[in-house]
Design a protein around this ligand. Sequence first.
Ligand SMILES: Nc1ncnc2c1ncn2[C@@H]1O[C@H](COP(=O)(O)OP(=O)(O)OP(=O)(O)O)[C@@H](O)[C@H]1O
Ligand SMILES: [Zn+2]
Length: 842
Amino acid sequence: MIARVIVDVPTRATDRPFDYSIPAEMEGWVEIGSRVGVPFGGRVLQGFVIGIAPFADIDVKRLKPIAELLDHIPPLSPDLVELAQWISEKYCCPWTTALQVMIPAALKGKADSVVTLSEEALEDEAGLLLEDAEPWFQYIRQHGEVRLALLQERFPGAAAGIKAAIQRGTLLEEVSIRDRLKVRKVLTVFPPENEAAVLAELAASSSRAAKQQEAARYMLENPEPISLAALAQALSTTTGTIRGAAEKGWLSIRETEQRRDPYAGRGFKRTEPLPLTEGQQAVYDEIAETLDNEASRVFLLHGVTGSGKTEVYLQAIARCLEDERQAIVLVPEIALTPQMVERFKGRFGDAVAVMHSRLSNGERYDEWRKIREGRAEVVVGARSAVFAPFKRVGLIIIDEEHESSYKQEESPKYHARDVAVQRAKQHHAIVILGSATPSLESFAAASASRSQQESQAGASSSAKRGATLLPMPERVAGRPLPKVHLIDMRDELKGGNRSMFSRQLHEALLLRLERGEQSVLLLNRRGYSTFVMCRSCGYTAQCPHCDISLTYHQKSKVLRCHYCGHSEQAPEKCPSCESEHIRFFGTGTQRVEEELAKLFPGIRVIRMDVDTTTEKGSHEKWLTMFGDRQADVLLGTQMVAKGLDFPYVTLVGVIAADTSLHLPDFRAAEKTFQLLTQVAGRAGRHELPGEVIVQTYNPEHYAITSAQHHDYSAFVQEELKHRRFMAYPPFCRLILVTLSHEQLALLISEGEKLASTLRDLARAAGIKSSDDGDGSRFIDILGPVASPIPRMKDRYRFQCMIKYRGNVGAADLLKQAISLLSGSNGQPPVTMSVDVDPQVIL
Ligand SMILES: Nc1ncnc2c1ncn2[C@@H]1O[C@H](COP(=O)(O)OP(=O)(O)OP(=O)(O)O)[C@@H](O)[C@H]1O
Ligand SMILES: [Zn+2]
């Protein structure tokens, strides 16, 4: 048998399977999804097996054998391997990059894999008898810890039995990766095996070794295994004493695995399903029916803020679990707050795994194994949790589906929403996209399929691709949406108010302080900069390697480049004109905090922004404090806008609504509308009614007025007009190619070559090059032009934008073009990075 292996070299030239022979001792072990070490170009590299075949394309005798197998159970299942191929094709990235993004960082080194007997196996006599017949089992029992490679050699043919034992939990699979990460082990004390004998011995022995006797009695009375350190502490003795007792056979000490559970020891209050409101019930019924049919379908759950989307998710998950299928819940990284986790852990307890970037590598690895080993049935996580290694996915939920953080900005530049839809197809699972402000792309997909269904014709093909709209236009319990007041800040200035707070916001804050209610203040930080500028000559501090302003960090008083990491001391006077009038525009939130303290002496403010939330657990700490009403105001950036549900918040203030409105990004209006709607939704979610004050310099802009009236469809109608006129998504799709190189001249000529090659290929394929506005297919290549950041890390940057509609095979054309421009090494002369469906145009 031979294995087709994708080696971990992310270049175009090596982006294909290579054949290796499977050595006899590995037969039965190597599977699709196995991680292997293979000889490649004189080294041994990591790779993934993506296929097994009886014959190779070339003579088997010339094939090199797989050097090592890195895990007992393949980290990837065949469906994930298939999904990786889809990602690599759709997002024009190397296959290996797509495979690597699916496994936890802890597995990304070279691994040394061992097995040991689990506690259960050691205790469960019946289990022992069953397995006793197996020589490999005896062998492991004798040696304690055995390397996988050794087992393969000694016991060919034992693969299936060993794997079954791992799956059953009789054997523990442990991976140590070059000491970077080991399964964490602790010495654990167990009661003696032969209790009666020990009891007799204790009774007979004199007062000699009293402490050891105490330890033995303790374990007989409390047979729960306990860590050696904890027992020593409980008995106020040394670990040496307890070891002494073990030597006498009065108790036993063994190494056991300690699982890192980021939420260990935290009691989550169990919640029961709420009786659904009429609106929720209608939506739930439709979801439940589709779940029962095991049909793959996408739902767009468009529910206003506070409409109870989360309860619908919870009950849909429960339904899915009943059928022994698993559920994946994606939430934006920033919204992955303890409050969110609590809602899922509260309903499903230990069956919930949590994955986000603030976990350590070890914690992530353990949560991942919890999923793979079937100890979890629900995962709540950020983007990459879409790859959770569940066997039978029934439901994938994407909360706040419009969030741009679902798009990964580094390779593979995948969008979790699209990956989720693809994964759901593989599993006949359903996808629920939930939002109060759906992205225009999702909304268009839902309305396209609806109008198709209504007009019958062609419904099947397009409805399959589209989404089914499930509206929840009302808040739970008939609670009103909060009233939103717009304050024109130009009038404030005219009226002589130069403060950042309008008179209305000032009064509203005062009122909340008097009543003991809470307020949320949002500073729209998008487009806000924390740069350094000289007031005399206008000098701004720039990165010497990138064409971008340096960012000022108030705490450390350094200027840092966000793109290359360059940092320097902030100057005391202007380096250009020597003036002392050099101003640091610190983080906006800091200034607001200072101003609040001045205006409202004694006010208790919690500030949440990148500076105050870097520490692990800080997010959680601030929100708990706010929830406990230890502060009057929660002040922050985007991160205070999402998902929070606090009963005493009756005021939401937006300091400056429009900082994001005029960014050169076609989604600027959409982002602004979404942010305002989300943050407004934080007010008045419970008994107390809420009020929202939005300060703006553009009170007539439709993004702002629609948010004021909670009018999603008004916004969408206006925005779609602009998008259609400008031919932007959802009326077309985009691929952004960024070219970079140290030499400007080479870069420009290669950029022009790329554009003209693409145009030639498109013409040869008979595809129109411009949009007639009739909805037919076309492909248009714009550029090359200088990128918005024209130089980064001392490399110049140019870009081409591919605009297309319909099934034109844009990604394929691009791949062809790049390979036509590539030299003998398989690479084009300048770096080309491809972003399919880019979210960040800036
Ligand atoms: N059926 C129900 N009966 C009573 N209360 C409910 C019900 N469903 C939800 N709630 C409560 O209503 C509040 C709002 O619900 P939830 O947070 O799920 O809304 P949401 O739609 O997710 O809002 P957002 O998009 O603003 O986060 C919560 O406090 C929730 O406990
Ligand atoms: Zn830089």
